[in-house]
Ligand binder design. Structure first.
Ligand SMILES: [Fe+2]
Length: 168
């Protein structure tokens, strides 16, 4: 019975899908912040990443559909985040913190699936475990470079042109 899914796991998957969509909205807002400050490289990276997060959310919804789960809902996004950052470094710090929170949520869901012997969900979520490692690495690299630029009084606008080529 690969389709069988508990209500708790279903709820966990729905929450995770909504978290991914919320991350998508956050990256779009970060993109706006950069675009407003004439930093097109950073804006483009955040916009492309917003698209990735949306696809991660949809991938979970597709999975939920396959499990023939009833009652799956897209929740309105509680968009409490404020985007009144002072410096580019603050934006990347915010992005990294978000990615780390998301990783914790994913690992909890994997643990929950394992505890329930739901191997289908555990297997499905492995892709997200690996993806979070890639994303944390990508954002941390940009953040560390942005910090170095700030510390050496370098111009973020020069670094900005390189960001668009960075991995996601
Ligand atoms: Fe992410």
């Amino acid at each position: 019975m690969a389709m069988r899914i508990s209500n708790k796991i279903l709820e966990g998957l729905i929450k995770q899908a909504n978290r991914e969509l919320s991350a998508s909205a956050d990256y779009l807002s970060m993109s706006l912040w950069f675009a407003d400050r004439e930093l097109p490289g950073s804006a483009a990276w955040c916009r492309a990443h917003s698209e990735e997060e949306r696809n991660h959310g949809l991938k979970i919804f597709d999975h939920i559909t396959k499990r023939r789960a009833k009652g799956a809902l897209v929740q309105p996004i509680d968009h409490a985040a404020k985007f009144n950052f002072g410096q580019p470094v603050d934006v990347w710090k915010f992005a990294l913190a978000n990615e780390q929170t998301n990783s914790s949520a994913i690992l909890s869901l994997v643990k929950q699936a394992r505890d329930e012997n739901d191997f289908v969900t555990e297997n499905f979520m492995q892709w997200y475990v690996q993806e979070q490692l890639e994303e944390e690495t990508a954002v941390m690299e940009i953040l560390e470079n942005a910090k170095r630029v700030a510390e050496t009084n370098g111009l973020y606008v020069a670094y900005d042109t390189q960001i668009v080529t960075k991995p996601h």
